[in-house]
Design a protein around this ligand. Structure first.
Ligand code: ADP
Ligand code: MG
Length: 456
């Protein structure tokens, strides 16, 4: 009889024909043949970890048994066992499990051509490649603290902020760092969407016990894009129990979302209050200096380097999303490497015209700010410009002034005009709101919610 590895090699060839290349590469290429017990007709495959076994069991068992039956000419049963040797192979990229990572989320435009990484962790999303500035200092520091002291420093840690501002990067950096420090740490990184899908699968395939065992025995659980739990009652419930089990055992939970827990409508209240009991930190849009620093950092790994004037052109025009900032640079690099020409400012401007136009499509108007703030506080739009001074109007009005100052490029006198006031009133309002935000967490939260809604 042929050996298990030889049989497996033949089976792999058949699998490659049956499955699309991506699924094969992702889920089956790394599987080993461990043993073939002829007396019982059991074929044992070696997998990276429990989770891989679970995944293969629920998704690929039938096709695997079918293929092996063809190869061997009789019905066989498949078993999965964790093969320690696989960990060493995967450890280079700190692979925690086999489902493709969130970090590989497809981007629009030029970066779409990048190959989908096979491992869950993006090796390039580390603390080293993360530029720190005033807009992300707090989430960065918290992420570092969590790495040093998982389960003890801040638990759970909740990172929120707009699209493309480094949430996934930070989560990945934590996973990479912990995996590098302790090779065998039980870490799982996935999006809430993946969690929901796995949960549904586990129900369908009657494998809930192993699903639970897996998630409830982790040391570190990182869940990205938590907002996807919105309205998913069954899986949120399951996650709630996972959360409690881990939290009670002082295991670290790290969550990221484009909104605060309170803003995720349809998220169960008890889950919201769980999320709330740790540390929340926001990733804000970077200022100009930091945008330039990010472009320079990105250039470090490239052979093509652009002069500062081109970097400043990009950084000046793309302000709200670091992903867009990077993809603008990538486009210029690809262009130069394809055509080998020197790039001047005009050419760069022309090449990036669509990206610039997208950015400037809707500059935020004071009018929009006044409307949104009035609506939020349930006062009349006209009260924003009126001379009335009761507290319930005066405070929201100052909030609108504050936001206008922070989120538009308008001058103080121009903002003053929009409120039917002078520039000194605006300065006073900004100082008052700043002070109150520093002193009152609830107030700060409300203002931040408004700012985030207006920015997006
Ligand atoms: P989010 O998850 O918040 O939508 P990502 O973490 O996916 O955003 O970040 C989008 C892109 O911007 C990634 O390529 C990431 O590496 C990059 N990026 C974000 N923040 C930073 C930063 N502070 N320094 C360097 N690169 C960053
Ligand atoms: Mg993300």
């Amino acid at each position: 009889m042929e050996s298990a590895p030889t049989i497996w090699t033949t089976a792999q060839l058949a699998l490659q024909k049956k499955l699309d290349r991506d699924s094969y590469e992702r889920y089956l290429a790394g599987v080993n043949a461990l043993a073939f017990d002829e007396s019982k007709d059991v074929f044992t495959l070696g997998v990276l970890n429990d989770f891989s076994g679970l995944w293969l069991e629920s998704n690929y068992k039938d096709v695997l048994e079918e293929v092996l039956r063809d190869v061997l000419g009789r019905r066989i049963t498949i078993k999965f066992e964790v093969d320690g040797r696989l960990e060493d192979v995967a450890a280079g990229a700190a692979t925690g499990s086999i489902i493709d990572g969130v970090g590989g989320e497809p981007e629009n435009g030029d970066a779409a051509a990048e190959p989908v990484p096979r491992c869950r962790y993006r090796p390039d999303f580390t603390f080293d490649t993360f530029v720190v500035g005033s807009s992300n200092r707090i989430p960065y520091a918290a992420a570092q603290a969590v790495c040093k002291n998982p389960g003890k420093a801040y638990n759970p840690m909740f990172i929120y902020g707009g699209v493309g501002l480094g949430k996934t990067h930070l989560l990945q950096a934590i996973a990479n760092e912990v995996a590098a420090r302790r090779k065998r740490a039980k870490i799982e990184f996935l999006t809430s969407e993946e969690f929901v899908n796995l949960y549904v699968e586990a129900i369908q395939t009657k494998t809930l016990p192993s699903f639970r065992r897996h998630f409830r025995s982790l040391e570190i659980l990182l869940i990205d894009d938590v907002q996807f739990f919105e309205g998913k009652v069954g899986s949120s419930e399951e996650f709630f129990h996972t959360f409690n089990t881990l939290h009670n055992a002082h295991k670290q939970i790290i969550l990221a979302s484009d909104r605060t827990p309170q803003e995720i409508s349809g998220l169960e209240q008890r889950l919201v209050s769980r999320f709330d009991c740790g540390l929340s930190a926001e990733t804000l849009p970077p200022d100009l200096e930091m945008r330039v620093a990010i472009l320079k950092k990105k250039q470090e790994t490239q052979t093509i380097k652009f002069p500062d004037e081109i970097l400043f052109l990009i950084a000046n025009r793309i302000t709200s999303n670091i992903r867009t900032l990077e993809s603008a640079l990538t486009r210029l690099i690809m262009n130069v490497s394809a055509f080998g020409s020197e790039l001047n400012l005009e050419m760069a401007e022309e090449l990036l015209r669509d990206k610039f136009e997208n950015e400037t499509a809707k500059p935020l108007s004071v009018d929009a700010i006044q409307r949104r703030v009035a609506e939020y506080h349930d006062i009349r739009f006209a009260d924003m410009t009126s001379k009335k001074r009761p507290q319930n109007i005066a405070v929201p009005r100052m909030v609108a002034m504050y936001i206008a100052r922070k989120l538009t490029d308008m001058s103080l006198p121009a903002i003053g005009d929009s409120f039917n006031r002078n520039h000194a009133t605006i300065i006073h309002a900004v100082a008052t709101i700043d002070k109150r935000m520093a002193a009152d967490e609830n107030f700060r939260h409300n203002v931040n919610v408004l700012m985030r809604q207006l920015r997006s």
